[in-house]
Design a protein around this ligand. Structure first.
Ligand code: APR
Length: 167
């Protein structure tokens, strides 16, 4: 049975099959959740990212979790929000769909997502939450894996938005 949960936590602490990183297209590490994941995963993560080379906006790649409790990290690159008429909604939906697809291909049964693009990349939080939830629900309606999705909110505002959109 498909399960969707919302929690308020630091995604790097979660002992799940895969956590998703809100990366940049060079997979070079950065601030926000990307910085937290790189710090917690340790020095082998940038090496693995360099070997992959990069990831276009809306797509996703997978690495090991290294020193994280999570087994895998799925790195996806959200769109920078520039007003909403530059394909941002489609690109953000692609991040969720492609991350779910990569998770399914790697037998990930539980996957945790941060609120992609809603930090440094400036995506309005409620619009982003609606896209995230509808894309994940659509995928779970059509596929049996992953069985459980956890939306991990770091700030109160996103936690309130996700809780109300999902209820
Ligand atoms: N756990 C969960 N969520 C977190 C954590 C954490 N440890 N740290 C930050 N967040 C949340 C933020 O509160 C925000 O809601 O992740 C969400 C996404 O914010 P950013 O990390 O700023 O990601 P994004 O907006 O997609 O920008 C990506 O930032 O760090 C760079 O390299 C990254 O260039 C890329 C850009």
């Amino acid at each position: 049975m498909a399960i969707i949960d919302v929690i308020k936590d630091d995604i790097t602490r979660l002992d799940v099959d895969a956590i998703v990183n809100a990366a940049n297209s060079r997979l070079a590490g950065g601030g926000g959740v990307d910085g937290a994941i790189h710090r917690a995963a340790g020095p082998e993560l940038p090496v693995a990212c360099r070997d992959i080379g990069g990831c276009p906006t809306g797509e996703a790649v997978i690495t090991a979790g290294f020193l994280l409790p999570a087994k895998h990290i799925i790195h996806t690159v959200g769109p920078v929000y520039r007003g909403g008429h530059r394909n941002e909604p489609e690109l953000l939906a692609n991040c969720y769909r492609n991350s779910m697809l990569l998770a399914a291909q790697n037998n990930v049964s539980t996957i945790a997502f941060p609120n992609i693009s809603t930090g440094i990349y400036g995506y309005p939080k409620e619009e982003a939450a609606r896209i995230a939830i509808s894309e994940v629900k659509k995928f779970m309606d059509e596929n049996t894996t992953p069985q459980r999705v956890i939306f991990v909110c770091f700030d109160d505002e996103n936690y309130q938005i996700y809780s109300s959109v999902l209820s």
